[in-house]
Design a protein around this ligand. Structure first.
Ligand code: TRP
Length: 332
């Protein structure tokens, strides 16, 4: 019997992965496979709540898978699958739509934000998306769902759905917990050190697949301050740009803040910023090269996502059959 606790998370392939995703999350995932039975999926069905360019969606979905593997997520130890390859997501999604209230969905802040942003396309999927997300989660009966702050409300809604559903039909779904990882650097934008690194501000965002010279250029242009007295010291409240660079440098080299301060004692940003850039370039180089190699090996990539979808579908099928039976559908 499998004694490991189950962990599941989904990531929308709606943008390219960046240094914040890597240092804040993905880097720590590889180690989890020892302790947990991990499922990570590319949430392609969720991305179409907003219009996508088909060729880009296809490319990004495969790139994301290749990048996860290159970042150290071993597909033998983690189930890395594509959401649309496992039909049970859509099937349970429909069922859970019928156990999710209009009022609950109306309170979701992500719906409010996204419908304000895409006024010309406030579609039904955008509104009912949290019911599909609940299905994504509950199909695998996970103990933990690692998510960012912005997704906590959806996990809370999932918990309400579990309570409602189990209240009627008995213990069908396991109650999932949101999981906020303890490790992981919070990486801020290089040009906006007071907000998270984000693909929507590309000049301050370092993408995993970016060319070394572009990465260097972004670090050279990183926002710091006009301190010339003792510039390289860790003081997040007064020197957020420098603190962010020190954080990044520490995360990629393993050096402590004190060690970094003494390494750059008496030197200015002209020395420090390119040094951080170099360290990041060297950290990302093997990931970029490995991802490119994997992406070129279409047969390998296909073997990974096919085997994963099969495994995921086996687990999801068990849950779905139980649900269908409970609600009164004739078994196939
Ligand atoms: N909604 C998540 C996001 O936008 C992605 C997601 C979809 C997800 N299904 C999930 C995350 C299930 C965790 C579990 O980032």
């Amino acid at each position: 019997m499998n004694e490991k606790k189950v962990m599941l998370s989904g990531i929308q392939p709606s943008g390219d992965l960046h240094l914040g995703n890597y240092l804040g999350a993905i880097k720590n995932w590889a180690a989890r496979a020892e302790e947990f039975d991990c499922y990570y999926f590319m949430a392609d069905m969720h991305t179409i709540t907003v219009r996508q360019t088909p060729a880009d969606l296809r490319r990004r979905t495969l790139e994301q898978l290749a990048q996860y593997i290159a970042c150290g997520l071993d597909p033998e130890q983690n189930t890395l699958f594509i959401q649309s390859h496992v039909p049970q997501h859509a099937e349970l999604g429909w069922v859970l739509n019928c156990y999710t209230m209009f009022g609950e969905l109306s309170r979701m802040t992500q719906f409010k934000d996204k419908s304000a942003k895409h006024k010309d396309n406030i579609n039904g999927g955008l509104f009912t998306y949290p019911a599909l997300m609940a299905a994504d989660i509950l199909l695998y009966q996970p103990d933990f769902v690692p998510v960012g702050e912005d997704q906590k409300q959806h996990v809370e809604l999932t918990r309400n759905i579990v309570q409602r559903f189990n209240g009627i039909y008995g213990d069908v779904f396991k109650m999932p917990e949101p999981y906020i990882p303890k490790a992981g650097a919070r990486v801020m934008g290089l040009t906006t050190p007071d907000s998270k690194m984000s693909k929507s501000i590309p000049e301050g965002c370092v993408f995993l697949m970016e060319k070394p010279e572009d990465i260097q250029r972004k670090f050279k242009r990183a926002v710091t301050d006009s301190d010339t007295e003792n510039p390289i010291r860790y003081d997040p409240a007064n020197k957020p740009g420098v603190a962010n660079l020190m954080n990044i440098y520490s995360a990629v080299t393993g050096k402590s803040f004190e060690a970094i301060e003494s390494e750059f004692a008496g030197q200015g940003y002209g020395k420090f910023k390119p040094a951080v850039g170099d360290a990041v370039v060297e950290t990302l180089r093997p990931i970029r090269e490995e991802a490119a190699r994997i992406l070129a090996d279409k047969a390998y990539l296909e073997s990974v996502y096919k085997a994963s979808a099969e495994k995921a579908s086996y687990v999801a099928g068990k849950t779905l059959r139980k649900v269908y039976k409970k609600i009164g559908f004739v078994s196939r």
